[in-house]
Design a protein around this ligand. Structure first.
Ligand SMILES: [Zn+2]
Length: 200
C-alpha cells in the first residue's frame, strides 16, 4: 500500500515537474529535445514540490525559442536599446506570461552554452517575477534601463546586477545513466526555493 502511494506520488511529482510548460521552437538546427530538457530543468530547480500556487503560475507561461534573424527590429522603436543591441547576438524578451529568446540556430556545444546562458537570463526574470511580482530595489550597477541607485522592479534589476557580478552557477542535467549535460546560468538559487528546500 505504502509503495503504491509512493509510486502515485512520484508520478504526480514527475508530472508537475516535467510536462506542464509550453515550449515552442521556430529553429531548424538545434537539438530541441535537449533544449527543452535543459530549460525545464533550470525552471523547476527553482521550485519546491510544495510551491503549488507558484507552479500553477509557472505552468501558464509560454516559452518561445527563435532564431536571432527572426527578431523584429522595430520592436524597440522608442528606446535607446535599439542602438545598443546587436541583433545578431542571442538575447531575449520577458513579460506578460511569455518568454521569447532569440538564439544562434547552430547545433554546436559552444553555441549551446552561449544560448543557454541567454535563455537562463530570461528564465530568471520570469521565475523572479513569479516569486517577487511587486518588490522593488535600487539597482547596483548601470544597465540598459537605468543607473546605479535607480528604483526598479526586483525581478528585472536583480538578474542584471547578478550578471554584472558574474554570479553564475553550473547546472548539470542528467540525460541518461551515463550522459549528463552541463550548462551555465545566472544564479538565483539563494532567493528562490529548490526541490528540497523552502526559503521564501
Ligand atoms: Zn534581462
Amino acid at each position: 500500500m505504502i509503495i503504491l502511494m509512493f509510486l502515485i506520488l512520484k508520478v504526480l511529482i514527475l508530472d508537475i515537474f516535467n510536462y506542464a510548460m509550453e515550449i515552442t521552437f521556430t529553429t531548424e538546427k538545434i537539438d530541441k529535445k535537449l533544449y527543452e530538457q535543459l530549460i525545464l530543468f533550470y525552471i523547476y530547480e527553482h521550485y519546491n514540490y510544495r510551491d503549488h500556487k507558484r507552479i500553477v503560475d509557472q505552468d501558464k507561461w509560454k516559452i518561445e525559442i527563435k532564431r536571432t534573424q527572426d527578431f523584429n527590429t522595430t520592436f524597440y522603436n522608442d528606446s535607446a536599446r535599439q542602438e545598443e543591441l546587436d541583433y545578431s547576438l542571442p538575447h531575449g524578451v520577458t513579460g506578460l506570461g511569455k518568454v521569447t529568446c532569440y538564439i544562434q540556430d547552430n547545433n554546436n556545444d559552444m553555441y549551446t552554452m552561449q544560448n543557454m546562458s541567454v535563455i537562463c537570463h530570461e528564465l530568471a526574470h520570469m521565475i523572479l517575477m513569479i516569486y517577487y511580482p511587486s518588490k522593488t530595489v535600487q539597482q547596483r550597477y548601470n544597465d540598459y534601463y537605468g543607473r546605479t541607485g535607480d528604483t526598479r522592479k526586483f525581478f528585472s534589476c536583480e538578474v542584471h546586477d547578478r550578471v554584472t557580478e558574474g554570479r553564475t552557477k553550473i547546472f548539470e542535467r542528467k540525460l541518461s545513466v551515463t550522459k549528463k549535460y552541463r550548462f551555465i546560468g545566472v544564479d538565483i538559487s539563494d532567493i528562490t526555493n529548490d526541490r528540497n528546500t523552502i526559503r521564501v
